[in-house]
Design a protein around this ligand. Structure first.
Ligand SMILES: [Zn+2]
Length: 833
């Protein structure tokens, strides 16, 4: 019984998206929503795959529970708003999805699958992901969410293109049956029950841009839903809400226009009971669907029917009565912790009570971070903007001992403020996103706590429980996370969660240090103090053959937030090799820490802290270069400029102003960043100037560009014609054939050997070219298994006195990953004459 109660509390806390009823219209909708117990789970592969209009329709139109299960967090994509990649990009995309759900009213779930980049087949995808593990996660989410209807974005037959897409549909189809099968993943059944959704659909999409016509024979048997329907209470159509939600996918450049008017969507039955008229045919979506629910349904219906926007508090007695009934129901078998509805409806009901009374509960911490074992002061301000006689009974936390009895009457519009001190246990976990706490496997994250699997983000680090009562013996509990508020001079008031952080963080100046010869290099450690009081020693831990001097250094911080920079001289071994070095901090109590910190801060989601190991890869590789000064035109954000600096180039970032007026002749080479001809509008005009630069003897290296989502700004980004395609080579080990072994790009100044194509990451290249002018040389070809050879990955041409190189190879991934051969080859491109 005790465990069950804990689980109810935990599940209630973990449903991270909590729609807030901010005005009378939303409140009216929220009250009606309380009377419905229907649900749909949308399943696809990536952040941005989901149909936000469908989610908005289910959540705001049908007033059912809607969820989106994304197989991945989008770690493998390209970032259009910053230079975070990999797991950091996954954190951004996770937050973008959570922001999208706050708009469209859905809930967000994930599996442990990693977005490892483009995949051409579902078989490859499922092999890399670990099919059984990810199937278990889909089954887990279905058993926990208990959807009546499952909808997949993609068909199982491959029209979705990307292997991740088709795999998501295959897994959803298997899980549809497996979730109800007691022999499948029985270990989950200690927490959840078997569940059989009523039916499952594929949400058809048209392959072109034009919508499917209603008389198209392919949709003769499909269920139809008009997602463009206008919601009279909200004053918006579901497609309008959808555009706002979809525009949260800013890291992918998916700002979407609002559309108005009918938008028919078509749904094909993939499994379960056929539907005659409606997606939810035959589903009991009332409170009567479980024994004992009828009475509560009646009270909530009465609350919705009698709601008066001029006097919302009038509804409170009915809502509090429903709350009591819910408490009693939660103790019965049919509504145990395994039935998700108690947690879902309790959360909705508390929000409705809060909104009807105009209650605000502000839990403001004195700082945005606290270290394990330390204390933090939290001010709790509660205000009741109604005449309902609420009393603030207690304010507490597991870590404030004991919870503080207040016993203050909450008079209309009079704030009651209480201060409590929270003291965390010394072993309290740092607020690292739960899926990044352990090193990942090849295609999946490692999460040992089953209860966390699937959740969008961590439960709040410091939840505060606020108890209100009235004089009719009703007691209600609000679980409110402690937040930190501050004022930004430009953006105004900002809010973030309070994170638990290490006492001292130590970041190395780079993720990769390249030693192109045997000379020693300075390695900088950047430290920030979050809670150390005495002297802190820091040293570099190195592998055999590498040395760092001095052996250690001591830093004494004056106060929290102080930063320090210390430098070590690192000497590499004589021969080519790769290794790892790490920055280790030792506090004066002997505690050792190796944690770096990354702050992620964008306007469209709350700031995030991610703690990585403070390690760097060290690469000793003989790289010769020609030229000294390189101009770099950043595109969609990449780390290539730093990689070039590692080799010894003097790299200048070329601004828009420089593109217009700057002098290019001072550069030995100019390199354009990935998608520069998509993402930098000034490139349209600057293109002629860049071609003149080549004509006059310069070397221009253009990294890959694409055709969408942003269009290409010029006909072709080179001196002679060629076309860009969507073709990729996604297998990082795909064999490479040399077409012109004697070509300078493969010999000068570095001789390229087959070993230089080893240890690549994620992919060989993307958006290869075709139909190139014969004035271009192609040097190498590669292809994915079973596909024809693709020589269009790299083009070289002399133009006037200079050299032009177009390269679709994924240098922007290889160089930051410290792939030794990639350095040699890329430096050859920059050195081309
Ligand atoms: Zn996708």
């Amino acid at each position: 019984m005790k465990r069950t109660a804990c689980l109810v509390a935990l599940l209630a806390l973990l449903i991270s998206v909590s729609a807030r009823a901010e005005d009378a219209a939303q409140l009216q909708l929220a009250l009606r929503k309380l009377t419905f117990l229907g649900s749909a789970l949308y399943v696809a592969a990536h952040p941005d795959d989901e149909n936000t209009a469908f989610i908005s329709y289910v959540s705001n139109g049908r007033l059912y529970r809607a969820g989106y299960l994304s197989m991945t967090r989008g770690d493998g994509g390209q970032n259009l708003i910053g230079d975070e990649k990999g797991e950091l990009l996954g954190v951004i995309r996770t937050q973008e999805l959570l922001s999208a759900r706050r708009v469209d009213g859905g809930e967000q779930y994930f599996t442990r699958a990693i977005d490892f980049g483009y995949s051409k087949t579902p078989d490859e995808t499922l092999a890399i992901w670990n099919r059984d593990l990810i199937l278990a996660d889909v089954v887990w989410t279905i058993r926990r969410f208990q959807p009546d209807v499952i909808v997949t974005r993609f068909p199982t037959t491959g029209e979705g293109g990307h292997g991740h897409h088709t795999a998501s549909a295959i897994l959803a189809t298997e899980a549809f049956a497996a979730a109800a099968d007691p022999t499948k993943f029985p270990e989950q059944l200690q927490y959840v029950s078997l569940w059989q959704p009523k039916r499952m659909f594929w949400n058809r999409f048209s392959l072109g841009r034009t919508p499917i016509a209603p008389d198209d024979p392919s949709v003769a048997k499909s269920q139809r839903v008009d997602l463009g329907t206008y919601n009279t209470i909200l004053g918006r159509a579901y497609t309008e809400i959808a555009a706002e939600s979809r525009s949260m996918h800013k890291s992918q450049g998916f700002g979407a226009a609002e559309r108005r008017g009918t938008l028919l969507n078509y749904f094909d039955l993939l499994g379960g009971a056929p539907a005659e008229k409606d997606l939810f045919d035959g589903v009991d979506t009332s409170w009567s669907r479980y024994a004992g629910g009828e009475a509560i349904g009646t009270v909530l219906q009465q609350a919705a029917d009698t709601f008066d926007p001029n006097n919302p508090a009038k509804t409170l007695p009915l809502l509090l009565q429903a709350h009591d009934l819910m408490d009693r129901l939660a103790a019965t078998d049919a509504w145990s912790a395994r039935n998700p509805w108690i947690a879902v409806k309790r959360r909705e009901l508390l929000e409705a009570i809060r909104a009807c009374a105009g209650i605000s509960i502000d839990v403001a911490a004195a700082d945005s971070s606290v270290t394990p074992g330390a204390a933090i002061n939290v001010s709790v301000t509660v205000i009741n903007r109604s005449d309902y006689p609420f009393v603030l009974q207690t304010v507490g936390s597991r870590y404030a001992d004991p919870s503080k009895g207040v016993g203050a009457a909450l008079k209309n519009n009079v704030p009651v403020k209480t201060d409590i001190s929270i003291k965390l246990p010394p072993d309290y976990a740092v607020s690292q996103p739960y899926w990044l706490q352990q090193p990942p496997q090849k295609g999946s994250f490692v999460v040992s706590d089953q209860k966390l699997v699937g959740l969008g983000e961590n439960p709040p680090a410091i939840p505060i429980v606020v108890t209100l009562a009235d004089n009719a013996m009703h007691t209600i509990f609000f679980n409110v996370p402690a937040v930190y508020r501050w004022t930004d001079a430009v953006r105004g008031e900002r809010v973030r969660a309070v994170d638990v952080v290490p006492e001292v963080t130590a970041n190395l100046g780079a993720h990769v240090y390249l030693f192109p010869d045997t000379a020693a290099k300075p390695v900088t450690v950047w430290m920030r103090n979050y809670g150390a009081t005495g002297p802190v020693s820091v040293r570099l831990v190195t592998q055999h053959g590498w040395t760092a001097e001095p052996a250690s250094q001591v830093v004494t911080f004056k106060s929290k937030g102080d930063e320090a920079r210390v430098s070590f001289n690192v000497k590499p071994p004589k021969d080519e090799t790769t290794g790892v070095l790490g920055a280790q901090v030792e506090l004066d109590n002997g505690k050792k820490l190796m944690a770096g910190i990354t702050d992620i801060d964008y306007p469209h989601f709350p700031p995030q802290r991610v703690f990585g190991d403070s390690f760097a890869k060290v690469v000793r590789v003989n790289v010769k270069k020609r030229g000294a000064r390189v101009g770099y035109v950043a595109g969609a954000g990449d780390e290539v400029p730093n990689a070039l600096r590692q080799v010894g180039y003097d790299v200048t970032m070329i601004s828009d102003d420089d593109l217009d007026r700057g002098d290019f002749s001072k550069y030995d080479a100019i390199v354009t960043g990935v998608r520069a001809y998509n993402a930098r509008p000034r490139m349209k005009l600057a293109h002629t100037k860049l071609m003149d630069y080549v004509k006059n003897g310069g070397t221009l290296v253009v990294q890959y560009n694409s055709l969408s989502p942003q269009p290409l700004l010029v006909e072709q980004p080179g001196p002679y014609p060629f076309k860009i395609t969507n073709e990729r080579v996604t297998v990082e080990e795909a064999p490479v054939t040399v077409i012109k072994p004697d070509h300078p790009l493969l010999n000068v100044p570095n001789k390229i050997t087959p070993a230089d194509w080893n240890d690549w990451v994620q992919e060989r290249g993307l958006y290869f070219t075709k139909d190139w002018d014969p004035k271009y040389d192609t040097l190498v070809a590669t292809n994915d298994p079973g596909e024809p050879s693709k020589p269009g990955g790299e083009l070289y041409a002399r133009y006037g006195e200079g050299v032009f190189v177009y390269t679709s190879y994924a240098w922007f991934r290889q160089l930051p990953a410290g792939v030794p051969g990639a350095y040699k080859m890329f430096v050859n491109l920059v050195s081309a004459r």
